[in-house]
Every structure is written in C-alpha cells, then in structure tokens.
Design a binder for this molecule. Sequence first.
Ligand code: PLP
Length: 413
Amino acid sequence: MNQLLKPNTYKSGPDSAGRFGGFGGRYVAETLMPLILEVEAAYAKAKADPTFDAEWRRLLKDYVGRPSPLWSAERITEHCRASAEPGKGAKVYFKRDELNHTGAHKINAVLGQILLAKRMGKKRIIAETGAGQHGVATATACALFNLPCTVFMGATDVERQQPNVFRMKLLGAEVIAVTSGAATLKDAMNEALRHWVANVEDTYYCIGTVAGPHPYPMMVRDFQSVIGEETRVQMQEAEGRLPDVLVAAIGGGSNAMGLFYPFLDDPSVRMLGVEAGGHGVDTPEHAASLTGGRPGVLHGNRTYLLQDENGQILEGHSISAGLDYPGVGPEHSWLHELGRVEYVNATDKEALDAFQLCSKLEGIIPALEPAHALAHVLKVAPTLPAETLIVMNMCGRGDKDIFTVAGHLGVKL
Ligand SMILES: *Cc1c(COP(=O)(O)O)cnc(C)c1O
C-alpha cells in the first residue's frame, strides 16, 4: 500500500487547497469562504512570527503545565508480560496529557486558536462541543483572555453532560442547546458553522479537532504536534532511541495526529489509531468511521463517514462521549488509504475493563477515550518482543467519566 507516496513524505500534507490526497479540502458555502481564507492567511502569518510561537509556548508551560511527563507504566508492562511467551511483552509508556490544565489535550490547540483570534482582532469566540471537553477548554481560554464565549452543544449532550455544562457557565460561557437532528455533536457543529456565517465581522470559530474545512485540520494538528515533539525528546532521554509503536484513541483524531505527526517520516515507527468499536463493528452501534464508514462530505471536508446507503449521516455510538463523532479528520483518511497508520478498534466493554485495570495498576484513572487506546495496548503488547517500546497517549483524565462507569458497573452514586 505504501507505494502511493515516496518514502518520507507523509508529513507533506495538505496541499494549497487543503487536500490530503483525495480528502480534506473546503466544501463550504460561498458566504463562508472569505472567513476560511482569512483564517488561513492569519494562521500562515502567525506561524512565521516567532513572537506568536513564544507566547503560545509560554502559556503551555505556565498555564497548562507542559511538558507533560512520559511515564514508564511498569505495572501495566508487567501485566502484559505475565500473559506473554518468554521474551515477549513490550515496554509501555504513557504520554501524560491528562495532567494538562482542564484535564485533556484540547487546551493545546484552543490556546493557539485563541491567540490567533486575538491577532485577527476578533471580539468573540464560538465553539462546538460534544461531551463538553472542548467547550470547557475554550471557555477556560476565553475567561483568561476576557473574550465572550458561546458554545453550541446538542440538547441531548446538554442533558447527558450536566457537570461540563455547569463548568462552562462557571467560566462565563453561554451554552446554546442545539435541538436539530439528533441534537448531538454533528448538529452542534452545523449550528456553529451557520452562526459563524451570520456573524462574520467579529467572531472566531474555535474547532475542537482535526476536522472542518481547511485550514482547521492542519492548524489543529500543528498545535497538537507538541505532544509528539515532546515524546521524541523524552524517549531519547529515557531510552536513547525512537519509540517503536505509538497508540492513540481516535474521535475526530486530534490527540492521535498530535502524537503521530512528528514521527510520520520515521519508517521504523508503527502507528495504531484506535476507534470506538461500541458494541462491535459488526453491529450498527459503533463509531469506527474508518473501519465501518466510507468517504463523503461533512462539516466542510471530504473524509470517511458513518453513513447509510443514501448518504445520510449515522449517529455514532460509543460508551465514550468524546469518541462518537460520525466522521474523522481527513488526514487520518489519507493515512488510512496510504497504509501509513493502522486503524483498529476497541469495544465499550474492552475500554471499561482497561479503565478499571489502569486505575488499579497505575493509580491513574484514565478518560474513557484513552481507555480504548489502552485496551488495544493490552491486546498487542503481549505479542511483541520485550525490547519493543510502546507510547500510548493518555490524552485525558477520567474524573468526567466516573458517573458513566459507575452506571455500567451497576453502582449508584
Ligand atoms: C475530545 C477528546 C477526545 C477525542 O478527540 P480527538 O480529536 O480524537 O483527540 C479524546 N480524548 C479525550 C480525553 C477528549 O477530551
């Protein structure tokens, strides 16, 4: 599959039209086009300006708490070796982005985008959110920079995610419950795009993952790449070499792109993206867009989507509200077709088991999203030689998920 590209050019995307091979682009209404082009030009200018980078990195260090540690998960490693043949059982590391302020990786790209919005002279920020993590990160940055913030959230999600709705309000944001469609993330993003068109002059749209029209997938990836860049340096310090395998959970795909991107042109590094298998990818109840979907256009880009025979977008299902987006970032679709990244999946049940195991063995309660990544680590690590180095992105902490998990375990809180 890899013959489609010359070696070592996987980091080359996107082209000037925002395309990653046949994916990405900007499929937007004509009224939105000037906005997208304005963001693209402003981002190109900011990227070339060292003071922009310096300000963003200062915030990452002093406000977010970066660099996040690279943790040798010894008890998880031991656990995997216990069931492996002699000489097998990879060494597992966690990249600990759950220690970031607000508890996940989202803040990395939010701060970059809010700094950009300020440079563009924008006076208010809008965002979409599903589980509420991106909404909370955006509301946090808006509080810090004294910018009014409006978060669009599906009415179904508003019901399901009350603690995050309350957090956003405490942080001073306005939360708008979107009732169209299934009233979940897809609909919230549609509504945010509509609202943006109607409020062009003063508003910046802060997108939460590597989706949306160009330049968002590239821009969010660039900001999240701090995860992989740090991992490179930290692994060099810990082991004196590159990791062998990277593993990350895929919702829209931003934490995964952030970990993978700096290593894409290192052929020895194998990459595994773990989609939400829900009740199983052979049932309708999952959110594995790459495994179970096909290409189509949604939210301004062409990518793999969960859809029926008529091209109607299907609702994704996952135990994890952060993974049930029915699409995936276009760069992942491209890397999937090229065969550079392997996309696999873990079920609700497997994630729930990994969630509990990680809590007991490492003293780290993971978010349900990285629990999917861990579930896959638990499958592959025992099959790999003991000298193999795996880095898994622990992209969020599990405090937000304890009610869901308690419910599934039959515990009343
Ligand atoms: C939002 C979120 C995700 C899913 O988003 P990606 O863009 O795929 O990273 C995964 N994990 C956590 C902890 C999240 O908050």
